[in-house]
Design a protein around this ligand. Structure first.
Ligand code: FAD
Length: 486
C-alpha cells in the first residue's frame, strides 16, 4: 500500500456502532479518513428512532457523535444507502462493489432493520396486530412508519407479546400521562392519537416467568411509578419465597415486581397493567362482528422446568388461555438482514443468528460448514469489518454497543498498523473515498446531506419543537427534511 496514504474507511450506518467504531479508529490510526454513509438524511439510527421520547438523557451520546463528526477527517454522507434502493427520487444508492473499489476498508454498522415474526395463524391476516418496531418507529418519526396510524380506539385491552425493554417501552407509551409525553420529542401525530387512545388495560406477555424475563429494573420501576396506573400482582409461585438469597441485581428487580403499586389499589386508577407469564402465543382470533379485526389471542399455557432458574426450559401444558386483545403488539426482537451485494462479494450472512459472519472481534469471515476446517485468520475477508447489532445480534444497550464497537475499532487499527491486507492490497493505488464514489455515481448520487446540512435540519426541528413547548418536533418524511435545505 502507498506508505503515506491515509486509511480510507467507509462506515455504513450512523448509529452508535458506526460512530463509536469510527471514533476508536480515528484515535488509534494517525492518518485516517472516515466517510460515513447513512440511508436517511438524518443520523443516529435507533438513538433517534428507537430510544423512547421520555428518555432524553439516553440521547446525550448524540453530543459525542457531533464532536466526532466535526473532525476534519470525517465526512457524513446522508441520504445515501448502500445497496438498497432509496426512500425517494432524490435519494442516492451506492452498490457495495462500487464502495469497495474506493476504500481500503468498509465497516458494516447498519443495525437491524426488520423484526422477528411469531409465525402463528392470524398474525399477517388480521388487522390490529402491529410490530413493536413499527409502533416505536411511528411515535419516534421514522419515515418508514410515518403513516402507521395504529388503531388505539377499538377497545380497552392491549396485548404486548414479549417481555424485553422494548415491550416495556411500548407499554409505557400506552399508559403514560399524555401531558408528560407532550413535553418530549414524540411526534405530534403520535401524540394526537395517543391522546384519543381508549386503552386502559395492558398485558405484557411472556412465554416464561419474571425470573427469565429480559427487561431491566429501570424500565419496570418506571411503569410502577406512572401516575394513575396500577399493577396487577404477579403470580408469586414464579418468584422465590425469599428473594434475599438471589444475586443483587435479580433481587432488586424481583423486589420491585413483588412490591407492585401498593399506593394505587386496583380499581382506583384509570389504567392498569400486568406481567402475564407462562403463555406462548398460539393463534389470533377475529372479532365476531368484524372478522377482519383481531379480538383475542390464544396462548398455550406453559410450565417451567424450574421457575427460579433464569435459563429454565419451558414446555406446553396442553391448556389454552385466551386474552382479549383489541390491539396487539409483537415485541419478540429485531432482526438484521443481509445487504444487497453481500452475496456477490462473498460476504456470508448467518441467517440463523441474523448476523454477518465474523470472528467475534469484528473481522468479517467466510463461513465454513466445519468451523474447525480452517483457522479464523485464514477465513478473514481483508478490509471488511462489522460492529453493533449487525455483528452481535439485536441485543444490548448503547453502552454495550459502544464497547463492542471499540473492539471492532481495535481490530481495524491493529490490522492496518501491522500491515495486514486491506481491500486495496491487490491493486495498491491510493483509495479516493467519497470523491471517487461521487465521480463514479455522477447524477445517480442523488441529493447528499452533509453534516452541516444535518445541523440545519436539526435546528429547524428544534425551532418547530419550541413552538410546541418541546425539545424538538421531528420531520417524519424525507422530503420535509430535504426541504429545509432548499
Ligand atoms: P442502529 O442504531 O440501528 O444504527 C444503524 C444505522 O444504519 C441506522 O441509522 C440505519 O438507517 C443505517 N442503515 C441501515 N441500512 C443502511 C444501508 N444499507 N446504507 C446506509 N445506512 C444504513 N439503548 C439504551 O442504551 N437505552 C435505551 O433507552 C434504549 N432504548 C431502545 C429502544 C428501542 C425501541 C430499541 C430498538 C433499542 C433501544 N436501545 C436502547 C438500544 C440501542 O438503540 C442499540 O443498542 C443501538 O442503537 C445499536 O446500534 P447500531 O449502530 O448497531 O444500530
Amino acid at each position: 500500500r502507498p506508505s503515506d496514504a491515509p486509511l480510507r474507511l467507509a462506515v455504513v450506518g450512523s448509529g452508535p456502532a458506526g460512530f463509536y467504531t469510527a471514533y476508536r479508529v480515528m484515535n488509534k490510526v494517525p492518518n485516517v479518513k472516515v466517510d460515513m454513509y447513512e440511508a436517511l438524511p438524518v443520523p443516529f439510527g435507533l438513538v433517534r428512532h428507537g430510544v423512547a421520547p421520555d428518555h432524553p438523557e439516553v440521547k446525550n451520546c448524540q453530543d459525542k457523535f457531533d464532536e466526532i463528526a466535526s473532525s476534519e477527517n470525517f465526512t457524513f454522507i446522508g441520504n445515501m444507502s448502500i445497496g438498497h434502493p432509496g426512500h425517494s427520487a432524490e435519494h442516492g444508492t451506492v452498490e457495495l462493489q462500487t464502495l469497495m473499489r474506493h476504500y481500503d476498508s468498509v465497516l458494516f454498522a447498519c443495525g437491524a432493520s426488520e423484526d422477528k415474526k411469531l409465525g402463528i395463524p392470524g398474525e399477517s391476516t388480521l388487522s390490529g396486530i402491529y410490530s413493536a418496531r413499527g409502533f416505536v418507529g411511528w411515535y419516534n418519526g421514522l419515515p418508514d412508519f410515518a403513516s402507521l396510524e395504529p388503531d388505539l380506539s377499538r377497545g380497552d385491552e392491549a396485548v404486548i407479546i414479549g417481555q424485553g425493554n422494548v415491550a416495556l417501552d411500548v407499554a409505557r407509551m400506552l399508559l403514560e400521562d399524555i401531558d408528560v409525553l407532550r413535553k418530549t420529542d414524540i411526534t405530534e401525530h403520535a401524540l394526537a392519537l395517543l391522546a384519543e387512545s381508549r386503552i386502559k388495560r395492558v398485558h405484557v406477555v411472556g412465554r416464561r416467568g419474571p425470573m427469565q424475563a429480559a427487561f431491566t429494573i429501570k424500565e419496570v420501576r418506571e411503569l410502577m411509578k406512572l401516575r394513575d396506573v396500577a399493577f396487577h400482582p404477579t403470580n408469586r409461585a414464579l418468584i422465590p419465597d425469599d428473594p434475599k438469597a438471589l444475586p443483587r441485581a435479580t433481587r432488586r428487580l424481583v423486589e420491585v415486581i413483588i412490591k407492585g403499586t401498593p399506593d394505587k389499589a386496583l380499581g382506583s386508577t384509570s389504567k392498569t397493567w400486568s406481567l402475564d407469564n407462562c403463555l406462548s402465543p398460539k393463534h389470533f382470533l377475529g372479532h365476531e362482528d368484524s372478522p377482519a379485526n383481531v379480538a383475542s389471542t390464544a396462548f398455550d399455557v406453559t410450565k417451567l422446568a424450574d421457575p427460579y432458574d433464569p435459563q429454565s426450559r419451558v414446555e406446553a401444558t396442553g391448556e389454552t388461555a385466551i386474552l382479549p386483545s383489541d390491539i396487539v403488539f409483537r415485541s419478540v426482537g429485531y432482526r438484521s438482514v443481509a445487504l444487497p451485494g453481500f452475496e456477490q462479494v462473498g460476504i456470508q450472512f448467518d441467517e440463523q443468528r441474523g448476523i454477518v459472519s465474523n470472528d467475534g472481534l469484528g473481522r468479517v469471515t467466510r463461513l465454513v460448514s466445519d468451523e474447525n476446517a480452517q483457522d479464523v485468520a485464514s477465513r478473514q475477508m481483508p478490509g471488511l469489518y462489522c460492529a453493533g447489532w449487525l455483528k452481535r445480534g439485536p441485543t444490548g444497550v448503547i453502552a454495550s454497543t459502544m464497547s463492542d464497537a471499540f473492539t471492532t475499532g481495535d481490530a481495524i487499527a491493529d490490522d492496518w498498523l501491522s500491515g495486514k491486507d486491506f481491500l486495496k492490497s491487490a491493486s495498491p493505488s491510493a483509495s479516493d473515498g467519497w470523491d471517487g464514489v461521487r465521480q463514479e455515481l455522477g447524477a445517480r448520487a442523488g441529493r447528499v446531506v452533509t453534516w452541516d446540512q444535518w445541523r440545519l435540519i436539526d435546528a429547524a426541528e428544534k425551532a418547530r419543537g419550541r413552538a410546541n413547548g418541546k425539545e424538538r418536533e421531528k420531520f417524519t418524511n424525507t422530503s420535509d427534511m430535504l426541504a429545509v435545505l432548499d
